[in-house]
Design a protein around this ligand. Structure first.
Ligand SMILES: NC(=O)c1ccc[n+]([C@@H]2O[C@H](COP(=O)([O-])OP(=O)(O)OC[C@H]3O[C@@H](n4cnc5c(N)ncnc54)[C@H](OP(=O)(O)O)[C@@H]3O)[C@@H](O)[C@H]2O)c1
Length: 220
């Protein structure tokens, strides 16, 4: 895919890892945070440089900059972060939702704050009806998101969302990261399964003693 303006909402390991990969792929990335002086965001900017148009700012700055916007904020705070990003800055755009609604308030392992009949992806879609939400990448650790080839075998990435063109844009981005097996789960309600996979992911991480793994869909 050609170079795009991309807004990355989030300064955690996901925002920084995905943001760096996007810069490497030639995109102009704006990383958003609650605070323009966020030291982690500025460290990230120093690491990628400004030559390709990378910058940091508020959630609103990043959302306004992006033709494509990525939600890489804490699941518990994603709706609040997207409200700070602002309806006007998100209007009509494709929003890739990488977040998981993990609730750490009762200790480890985390539970899900929403499940079964609803999901964070759907909550975001309902809160921002003019945004084209695509749930993806939430089922793997940050490094695997952008370097699936580091796993020794091809594995599967899932997408769900209500807008076919938005899912095609998401798939283009995923392919540019190296994903080859991309499975479309249908509408944004597919986010339920993508998010409810997390308890299994957490158990697998414990059992494997590494976050660097993924699953592969094998069909008859
Ligand atoms: N870690 C992984 O490998 C991984 C893998 C798959 C999916 N995920 C999901 O990806 C998302 C990001 O994960 P992460 O580990 O990179 O970071 P994180 O610590 O879960 O989230 C950090 C981001 O959330 C924002 N945030 C926190 N509280 C907020 C609030 N009250 N209001 C508004 N924004 C708030 C922070 O804003 P500031 O920048 O202002 O501090 C920061 O940008 C999460 O939903 C996580 O479940 C993570």
């Amino acid at each position: 895919m050609g170079s795009m303006n991309i807004g990355v909402l989030g300064t955690g390991i996901v925002g920084r890892t995905v943001g760096s990969r996007l810069v490497e792929l030639g995109h102009a990335v704006a990383m958003g945070s609650r605070d323009t002086d966020n030291p982690v965001a500025h460290e990230w900017l120093a690491s990628v440089g400004t030559a390709r148009g990378a910058r940091v700012g508020t959630f609103a700055d990043a959302a306004g900059h992006g033709a494509l916007v990525l939600n890489a904020t804490s699941g518990a705070a994603s709706i609040a972060a997207l409200k700070l990003a602002g309806d006007r800055n998100l209007h009509g755009k494709v929003l890739l939702d990488l977040a998981n609604p993990l609730d750490f308030s009762h200790g480890m392992p985390p539970s899900l704050s929403v499940a079964n009949t609803d999901s964070l992806g759907e909550q975001i879609q309902r809160s921002f009806p003019d945004v084209k939400v695509v749930k993806t990448l939430n089922t793997v650790t940050a490094d695997v998101m952008v370097h699936p080839e580091r796993l020794p075998e091809e594995t599967t990435m899932f997408v769900s969302g209500n807008d076919a063109e938005a899912k095609a844009t998401a798939a283009d981005l995923l392919r540019s990261f190296g994903w080859r097996s991309i499975v479309d789960l249908g509408g944004i309600e597919g986010a339920r399964g993508q998010e409810m996979y997390l308890p299994l992911w957490v158990s697998l991480m414990g059992a494997q003693s590494t976050p660097n793994f993924n699953v592969r869909l094998v069909r008859a």
